[in-house]
Structures are given as structure tokens and as C-alpha cells.
Design a protein around this ligand. Sequence first.
Ligand code: CDP
Length: 236
Amino acid sequence: MEKRQELYAGKAKSVYTTDNDDYVILSFRDDTSAFDGEKIEQLSRKGEVNNKFNAFIMEYLSNAGIPTHFEKLLNANESLVKNMQMIPVECVVRNVASGSLCRRLGVDDGLELNPPVFEFFLKNDALHDPMINEFHIETFGWAKSEDVSTMKQLTFNVNELLSKLFADAGMILVDYKLEFGLFKGDVVLGDEFSPDGCRLWDAETRKKLDKDRFRQGLGGVIEAYEEVARRIGVPL
Ligand code: CDP
């Protein structure tokens, strides 16, 4: 597969076309952003750690029957993925209250959520990713209702699989965000799964092992990502 020109540059990843229209290359950069891109820093090794972390998780999910865009790891910072039409909706599942849920509803950080909470957000930095529901998605045509059901089901299936994977390695999957797209008409998991898009706490100490270390200026961001990777067996 030959890499051609840059198609799009996101906040942490760039997308390149290839000589095959069905595939694009995701290039994971060291740029780390928070607060809709207001805080941006370069964190050495982040691109490589997230690329390898994401490859491991996508392959794990794929082996468990979740359709994903992931094809293969190409090198330290790049992966080959299916060229999907992205659905501009973020799917969030929360097992423990933290972040925006606490700010919005005034509940205590760390409260266990049983059953887990599901939320949709519109992917739009200028509007600060507002919370939306299924009616907005249907009315504004962001996705078909059957595809919305599939996204929701797949997001919960991922919760079962990854909560266990992290629990077995001594961590709590507090919450996470997934994005989906359409590939040849089918709903497929896209974007990335890494500590940039989820909250992971050490099960014993509740130490934060995710991007909250960056958001809150706690330091040791990449060291924490590497610790998570090491615990679940990602080859770095
Ligand atoms: O992170 P923040 O408090 O602003 O938002 P949240 O709604 O509490 O985020 C829930 C989960 O989704 C966290 O694990 C975030 O890291 C993740 N998320 C993300 O990856 N990208 C976004 N644009 C929003 C949330």
C-alpha cells in the first residue's frame, strides 16, 4: 500500500490517502490536546504509544466479533485502516461518574453507575461537542436510526469486553468515547481506543492512568499510558 497525500489533520492524528480508495493511513502524532483544542502540547512518544495501544485494542475487539476499521500496524506511528464515511456522533459509556457528567448533574466523582450510562455527543469543537439524543441524530440526518441502534449495541458490547480486560489487569474502565463510520454500508468502529479517549483508574489506589493527567496537569502522562499498555500486554 503506497502512502499518498494528506487528506485531513485532526488534533492528534493525520489521515493520508493510499493508492487504494478503500484504505487510508492513520498517522498518530505526539500532539496532545484538551478542552476542544485550547490546551495543546507535544508529548514525546505519545503517537507511538497510542498507535500500538490502539492496534492491540482494535485487534482484541475484532477477534471478539466487533467490526472495526483497523487493518494493520504499518510502523511505529502509522496504521492502515478502512476508508470510512465517519458518523459525526460520539458514543460515551460511563461505568463510574467523572468529568462532564459530574459538572452537569452535580453527582460525586467516583460514584459507581449501575446500570452504566450511555450518552451521545455531536462531534463539533466549535460548539464544544454538545450532548445530543437520538431525535437530533435522526432529524438532522447524522445517522439512520438502525445504524444508531447498532452503534449503541456495539458500544455496550465493547464495555463488556474492555471492562473485563482492564479489570483483569487491575484497572477500572471509568468511561470511554467511541466513534463509528460506514464502510460499504456497514457500521464499523473507527477512530482510536487509547488512554486519550477513556478514563482508567488503578483499581486499588484509584490513581488516574489516562488523559486526565494531562487535562489536570498531574504530570507523568506518557509514563501512565505505558503502564496501562504494559499491564494489558501491548508490545511497545
Ligand atoms: O473529558 P470531559 O470531562 O470534557 O468529557 P466527558 O464527557 O466526561 O468524557 C467522557 C469520556 O469520553 C472521557 O473518557 C473522555 O476522555 C472521552 N472523550 C473523548 O475522548 N473525546 C471527546 N471529545 C469527549 C470525551
